[in-house]
Design a protein around this ligand. Sequence first.
Ligand code: 5GP
Length: 116
Amino acid sequence: MSETVFGKIIAGEIPTDKLYEDDDCICIKDISPQAPTHVLLIPKKAIPRLVDATAEDQAMLGRLMLKAGDIARMLGVDEAFRLVVNNGAGAGQTVFHLHLHILANKRFEEGDGLGL
Ligand code: 5GP
């Protein structure tokens, strides 16, 4: 569980600003925010990348998506936020423990569907 920085945060080995925690996941502020609101929703199960998830993870991943909506509501950004999962170094993934970026309060340009 503690090979990555997120594993260490989940194990309580590294202190962090925790916004939410339950049996499945934790939500923390990103240390290097790319938008005025930038939090990370991290499953406690250490799945390295989205493509490493299996059918066994289906229910947990579903709960994670619903939780992303709850967190957006909790942060007051549920009318406009972006959910990002980087899968693999080529896509910008730097921490190989699956996580969802929740980004908001940034002016997302019309037509820049994938831009950050
Ligand atoms: P990735 O690039 O893997 O999709 O996203 C990793 C994210 O984790 C980056 O946005 C980075 O700023 C964030 N991050 C890396 N180390 C830490 C840390 O120790 N604490 C927190 N809160 N965020 C971190």
